[in-house]
Ligand binder design. Structure first.
Ligand SMILES: [Zn+2]
Length: 120
């Protein structure tokens, strides 16, 4: 991959890293808020008349935090691949990952056929 293109993806990944960090911070703030609300409810959160049970809200926000953390790991791994010269190479078949795919998912580490195979 030419250096100029690597720089493009490095910039793209840096953006996504910022985004993931923001999402993680937001999720952590929400978790703190849910924890506080749960404390005030005295542990009786399943009978909260305000609607959504806190345990369900907690699960939702916790999942968002987990997702943001996973995205951060993926982006960091992709940045590392840029440094080591293996960026854009499929981890599974060692073929080239199409640029179009990398533009949509700059942290992708498998090509489309390998990606859909592993999901099955
Ligand atoms: Zn592949």
């Amino acid at each position: 991959m030419p250096k100029s293109r690597e720089d493009q993806f490095r910039a793209l990944l840096a953006e996504q890293r910022e985004e993931a960090l923001r999402a993680l911070a937001a999720a952590q703030a929400s978790l703190a808020m849910v924890a506080e609300a749960r404390d005030q409810a005295g542990g009786d959160d399943e009978h909260d008349p305000e609607g959504v049970p806190l345990s369900r809200e907690w699960a939702r926000v916790d999942a968002a935090a987990t997702e943001a953390r996973a995205r951060l790991d993926e982006v960091d791994a992709a940045l590392l691949r840029l440094e080591t010269g293996t960026y854009g190479v499929c981890r599974s078949c060692a073929g080239a990952i199409p640029i179009e795919r990398l533009r949509i998912r700059p942290y992708a580490d498998v090509c489309v056929p390998c990606g859909s195979r592993s999901r099955r």
